[in-house]
Design a protein around this ligand. Structure first.
Ligand SMILES: Nc1ncnc2c1ncn2[C@@H]1O[C@H](COP(=O)(O)OP(=O)(O)OP(=O)(O)O)[C@@H](O)[C@H]1O
Ligand SMILES: [Mg+2]
Length: 422
């Protein structure tokens, strides 16, 4: 136990997605209750804990004292006790004899006792949690032990992906990033991961070349200085990290490279809009699973619905402690096209659309042709207004939770096939 540790009690926000990932450490957990064991088990498989190695056993403090008589204590030991103040202090005294000085100790107790808390902290315990705890509280407590209070807060990674090709995901990502940086004054970096075909340079009227190819090719050498050099300034508070936008180079990189680059980029700005191409590869899956927020853009058609549902189901299962992905319905109202009504679309995939963007070929076409944002060419259009609303929702300036819709795919299929027969 480290007697210098005076970590203050943390106020827990269960919805918080901005927790620093727990580093590659060993954690030994000794629960005294099945429910705590299940919570810690759920926490240990969370994306933010994927690098840590967590072992969980029952038996409380006494068991920890016994186990570590014969082996070194890991980086963190978490012990649970149902005892009162005197009992916890007595149990910890025997554990302290086997605990190494650099091991951090967290105690989970069942009494809400501020004197006990103070006594524990005075004796070198890093944190005292009152049961029942939840998974995010556990992750946040461990992460807090390893976060540097002087470090600049990390940027939020918002991944934009289309439910099929050409649905407008990149255009939405670029416009949202522009609005967040120019209207909400938040420093933003667009990271375009569509290396061969990305449109970020075109949409911002820039020369095609970009540095992300170089960064992904040497992920272990990348640092903040290199990232700064590879980025293109698009204006005040907005920068772009994009690929070569060409097919003359072979493009082949792995999930580790993308994760490493994004982890460096997130030190350079509070908002990172990641344009993820509509392809399926291990690095795409990892990027979506690892993002702080995922925005899925879909058009109101059946293939788009099926793919959006697959993506959302995968993300809900792989990110049980995160907000659900957001759904954007785009290009709604194409003349003569049979479309799935937005309410039915939301019900079918279990997430209501956060915003619905109309089919607006005039504004979007003009913006693309000019290499400008929609806000610049058609500021008063419904599309610009909706994109601005989306930017505010994503930046947290207009809180709007992701609403879960009641799942009902069969009625949509019926509805859609009936419409098609007309
Ligand atoms: N609401 C809309 N109304 C009309 N056109 C739109 C709308 N949204 C996007 N577009 C246009 O659709 C085209 C495709 O958009 P974009 O490149 O952003 O899609 P994407 O999902 O990123 O496609 P890709 O799969 O190629 O990456 C662009 O020409 C864009 O201007
Ligand atoms: Mg795209």
């Amino acid at each position: 136990m480290n007697t210098d540790n005076t970590a203050p009690q943390i106020s827990m926000s269960h919805e918080s997605n901005l927790i620093v990932n727990v580093p590659r450490i060993n954690i030994g957990v000794f629960c005294d209750n099945q429910q705590t064991g299940e919570t810690v088990q759920a926490a240990s498989i969370d994306r933010r804990m994927s690098k840590a190695h967590t072992t969980i056993q029952l038996g409380g403090i006494a068991s920890a004292a016994q186990v570590y008589q014969g082996e070194a204590t890991p980086n963190v030991v978490v012990v649970e006790s149902h005892g009162d103040r005197a009992q916890i202090m007595a149990e910890l005294a025997s554990f302290a004899e086997v605990c190494q000085p650099n091991t951090k100790v967290i105690v989970i107790g069942h009494v809400n006792d501020v004197i006990l808390y103070r006594e524990l902290i005075k004796n070198g315990v890093s944190e005292y949690l009152v049961a029942p705890i939840n998974a995010m509280q556990f992750i946040e407590t461990i992460a807090h032990l390893y976060s540097d209070p002087k470090a600049i807060p990390l940027g939020r990674i918002v991944a934009f992906v289309g439910s099929k090709g050409g649905v407008g995901s990149s255009t939405i990502a670029h416009n949202v990033a522009w609005a967040i940086s120019q209207r909400l004054n938040i420093e933003t970096v667009i990271t375009d991961l569509d290396l061969p075909f990305g449109t970020s340079a075109l949409n911002f009227n820039q020369d095609a070349g970009g540095g992300i190819y170089e960064a992904l090719g040497q992920p272990d050498r990348i640092d903040g200085t290199l990232v700064d050099r590879l980025m293109t300034k698009l204006g005040n508070k907005l920068s772009l990290l994009n690929g070569p936008s060409g097919i003359d180079r072979e493009i082949n990189f792995d999930a580790h490279a993308v994760e490493t680059v994004l982890n460096v980029v997130r030190h350079s700005a509070p908002m990172i809009a990641v344009d993820v191409p509509n392809i399926w590869a291990p690095w795409v899956k990892q990027t979506l699973l690892g993002a702080d927020e995922v925005i899925i853009t879909a058009t109101p058609e059946l293939p788009s619905l099926r793919n959006a549902k697959n993506l959302i189901d995968m993300l809900k299962a792989g990110r049980p402690h995160d907000n659900h992905p957001r759904l954007i319905l785009n290009q709604v109202g194409v003349p003569k096209r049979p479309e799935i009504p937005p309410a039915d679309f939301g019900k079918a995939i279990g997430v209501e659309p956060s915003v619905i963007i109309p089919h607006d070929p005039q504004s979007f076409g003009l913006a693309q042709g000019n290499g400008q944002m929609l806000f610049e060419v058609a500021p008063k259009s419904k599309s610009a207004e909706t994109l601005n609303e989306l930017a505010e929702i994503i930046a947290g300036a207009r809180p709007k939770s992701v609403k879960a819709a009641k799942f009902d795919l069969s009625s949509i299929m019926k509805n859609f096939s009936m419409k098609k027969k007309k």
